[in-house]
Ligand binder design. Sequence first.
Ligand SMILES: C[S@@+](CC[C@H](N)C(=O)[O-])C[C@H]1O[C@@H](n2cnc3c(N)ncnc32)[C@H](O)[C@@H]1O
Ligand SMILES: [Zn+2]
Length: 614
Amino acid sequence: MTIALHMSLHVYTSLDGLKSNTSQLGLEMDLHVDAQTSPQTTGSESVNTDSMDMEHGKSPDKEATSKSATETRGATPETIREGQATIIFPSLNEVFYNPVQQFNRDLTIAVISVHAELQLAAKGLKVSYEPRNKEPDTAHNGATSTEGSNDPSVATDTYHPGEYCQEGLCVLEGLSATGLRGVRYAKEIPGLKNIVANDWNVEAFKAIERNIQHNGVEHLVTASHADASLLMNQYRLSDRVDVVDLDPYGSPAKFLNGSMQAVKDGGILCVTCTDMAVLCGNRSEACYAKYGAMSLRTKYCQEMALRIVLHSIETHANLHHRYIEPLLSVSIDFYIRLFVRVHTSQSKVKHSAAKKALVYHCEGCDNFHLQRMGRVIPIGTDAKNFKYKNTYGPPVGTKCENCNSRFLLGGPLWAEPIHDPDFVKKLLSHVNAHSDRFHTSPRMKSILTLVSEELLDCPFYHKFSQLFHHVRSACPPMKKFRSALLNAGYQVSLSHITAEAVKTNAPHSVIWDIVKEWVKQNPTPRKRKLEEDCISNVILNKEARITVSFDVRQDAMPMSHKQGMTRFPANPAPNWGPKARAKPSSSSETLEEKRARLQDKRAKPKEPRTQTET
Ligand SMILES: C[S@@+](CC[C@H](N)C(=O)[O-])C[C@H]1O[C@@H](n2cnc3c(N)ncnc32)[C@H](O)[C@@H]1O
Ligand SMILES: [Zn+2]
């Protein structure tokens, strides 16, 4: 099956040809390398920012894909197996595939499965994750069932992976490359009606068609050869889909408007961004152009990246009288992946300004303050009517109260929770109950557990070692620091992003009081006197406002730590690293040859993350 888009977008044999055709259509196409330098990163929070022309790096874990196709892809077609799919590649590196992105695909399969389960349950239908038993099944409700068929005319009330479901979900994968995702969704997620796997690259399109056939999923997956934005716009006029999946090279920004036309009310948008240099403050002007927000080079830049993208998705949603509800927003290695539910409501759109904020970031001590863009004031007690007002500001003076440095302005960004705790709980139960479905399930469990422990109403975090670095002191055990925050009456949590994150609702003055007290109790011998006006001295010389207790508390350790979970696994795979774009078929260079050619021309991979917690 093939979808034909009756527009001037058909077969292209090279990216150059494609670029000139798209510019005639007024479409944006990013073919340049955007940034090669890293945002401000050290140690465990490293962000690889070779991005824009590179894609999806770092291995999720040791168990990544069984065979590294990119290592071995030569002149003849190759097959690789991931999940339940077997994918045939064209020769050379003509179609994009990155084996280390299996985590991204596994996580998406879990998210769509949970969504499908909820949607079907509302219609009185069930799903099973086991392959269909060929014999008549009496397992469900004790009655013989006619379940499980590729034939749309067969009635059933329980659906297994690989089966057509008339009442099931429709998925649109806008940027499919090999069709791997589409095929995996078809073979692994029960309760689906149709998946459209689209790519505008002709080699990719042929690969999608071939892989649909090879995996016997013609009854569920449709290959499409179109520009993703134009394709998504078509859905505005017909039936919208339950899930839109966008997994582009670099930034998804240019596809967001289309996605808001394609996804149905209550449906899910899944988005990957790999342009972390842009989102993490190395190219704030490019970030503003793409996402309508100024990024900042900060210790919390990965969370800021998530919040900038949520702000951008919400802005696109608002144009169509829609708004978003973030379900799960994760920063994985050097890319981010977001899952949001999309709703339509002209009145709720009016709340959007109040969900966003500017950030004032102290360039001295990394202190941050949020300034909401608007206020919503309830009228009466029934929470049905509201007034919408501007906010008063700014929330800070011209100099930081703790270190006298100036503030940098960033944003606007999403200031509301970035995950839905109920959805994350369901997702975690699903992964725990069906671990064998996912090759990367250990990492999925770690990240989802950490996400479930994050404080929801505290945007950003402090980098633990940096706090003590500012005052030239050694760090205390992290549990003592967390206990001090709890003893002072505040909340504290980790973040899934880095083992060094301290999320808290404590004001910065309290954090510095705790740091100062530690320095007082554990003075560090200094070789030379600190200059009078250096940040350390300014912070240390401020009067403390609270009494600090470092008495260790049981609740200072998160459950994931008590359970001995490996929470921040290292990046171990030999293939770890960003992945080059697919090359047009004229290129005869294999990836190994390219590696040899580029040897020592790029930065060495960063040190793996380590578990720094004590
Ligand atoms: C990163 S790859 C997709 C990887 C794939 N989702 C996976 O998990 O293996 C991005 C793909 O988007 C395609 N692409 C880029 N711009 C596009 C556009 N405007 N419309 C359709 N496809 C596009 C490229 O040809 C490429 O195959
Ligand atoms: Zn400061």
